[in-house]
Design a protein around this ligand. Structure first.
Ligand code: ATP
Ligand code: MG
Length: 373
């Protein structure tokens, strides 16, 4: 049996990048031999094992053939006679299909090293078409390596285009789509991910609402801005969705099965934007400000409110950014209302609620009527 380092570890090593996790492929072994060596099997679909000490993944060399649509429907063949080259052939991109033996010798049947030098993301074979997830992976690698000068080569872009036209992207399950989007949002150039998806037509299937040029460009500007602040996943998604209207945003975030905190921040962002654009920065209406703060549940969710203001800073154009000042100032002044003081003054129940609200309103009114506004 022979063991090779494969995939991202070899690629990143050749690029001179720090290697995060290492994947191995084992040629000429059976599952029984692996178990006898103390490996434990993970995953029922593929013959993948964990090393007893390092816990790194060791996969038996395998071939895959497509039988149905989407990510299901692969028939996997794994046996000691599957060669290293055959295993590399099932991989997505040439730069991910280089293997390194324990002696350090490289096996690179698809010229991945040349593509690393040329900064090209290129499919290994026509079998790329068998798995639509590869479109998203390719877009994600484009987003990761964009600063190094990588781009998707013309042939691969054409192939991805064909896959989209054949309806392959519709077969992706939301969980996989979200997993890729979530990762892509944190890559070096998240905007590139969406640009590649748009260029091959996949974005029109996955997030069709972003299609109009003006919306798309504004969304990517906001995303780039929040990326520069090292924003959370929720902040990044909210920035991406900032041009959508409330119902569309809610429906899309839900359809993507984004986690609740992401769905909520995206919704709050688009609910706030039109109201803030209407605010008169010189004489903002205190009632409207209080309603916004109540909508954001700012007293119970101060951290989410900070997230919201960070996203709004990025989502509002430079002309409208000034309008956030009264909102922040309203929040600061209303935070100071202490229910305990009002309780000590004899308020309780419904009256207490009303007293808190009117105290907040009066503080906001005072704060925004100062000459600085
Ligand atoms: P990362 O740095 O994100 O871990 P990676 O290239 O190692 O990047 P993994 O998801 O860890 O990506 O997968 C390891 C390898 O398995 C890839 O380099 C690629 O060769 C292969 N691979 C993973 N997913 C697919 C897929 N859907 N289709 C084809 N090959 C794949
Ligand atoms: Mg990896």
């Amino acid at each position: 049996m022979q063991t090779y380092l494969v995939g991202g570890a070899v690629r990143d090593e050749l690029l001179g990048l720090k290697v995060k996790d290492r994947d191995w492929v084992v040629v000429g072994a059976t599952p029984e031999q692996m178990l006898a060596r103390g490996f434990t099997q993970v995953g029922s679909d593929f013959p993948v094992f964990l090393h007893p000490k390092t816990r790194e993944e060791y996969a038996l060399a395998r071939t895959e053939r497509k039988q149905g649509h989407g990510y299901h429907g692969f028939s996997v063949y794994s046996a000691p006679d599957v060669t290293l080259e055959e295993d590399l052939l099932r991989r997505d991109l040439t730069i991910n299909a280089i293997a390194r033996s324990e002696q350090g010798e490289l096996t690179d049947p698809f010229n991945g090293q040349a593509d690393l030098e040329a900064r090209k993301l290129r499919h290994v074979s026509e079998a790329f078409k068998e798995d639509p997830l590869r479109i998203m992976r390719t877009a994600r690698f484009a987003a990761r390596f964009q600063p190094l000068g990588f781009s998707v080569c013309t042939e691969t872009m054409a192939l991805m285009h064909d896959m989209v036209a054949e309806g392959e992207v519709e077969h992706l399950v939301p969980e996989r789509v979200w997993q890729e989007i979530q990762r892509a949002l944190h890559e070096q150039s998240p905007a590139t991910f969406f640009q590649v998806l748009r260029d091959c037509g996949a974005l029109a299937v996955l997030i069709p609402e972003l299609s109009p040029d003006a919306d798309f460009n504004a969304a990517l500007d906001a995303l780039q801005c929040i990326h520069a602040t090292e924003g959370s996943t929720a902040e990044r998604l909210a920035a991406l969705f900032c041009t959508l209207d409330e119902p569309t945003c809610t429906a899309r975030a839900k359809a993507l099965k984004a986690p609740n905190d992401c769905q909520q921040l995206a919704w709050l962002t688009v609910a706030f934007i039109p109201v803030i654009r209407q605010l008169d920065p010189a004489q903002p209406d205190a009632g409207t400000l209080l309603e916004l703060l109540e909508k954001a549940d700012v007293w119970r969710r101060p951290e989410r409110f900070s997230s919201l203001t960070r996203v709004l800073e990025c989502a509002l154009g430079s002309d409208d950014r000034e309008r956030l000042k009264p909102l922040k100032s309203a929040a600061d002044s209303a935070y100071g209302v202490d229910p305990k003081t009002l309780m000590a003054r004899g308020f309780s129940g419904k009256e207490l609620g009303q007293a808190i609200r009117s105290e907040r309103l009066s503080r906001i009114t005072q704060a925004v009527s100062r000459p600085s506004f």
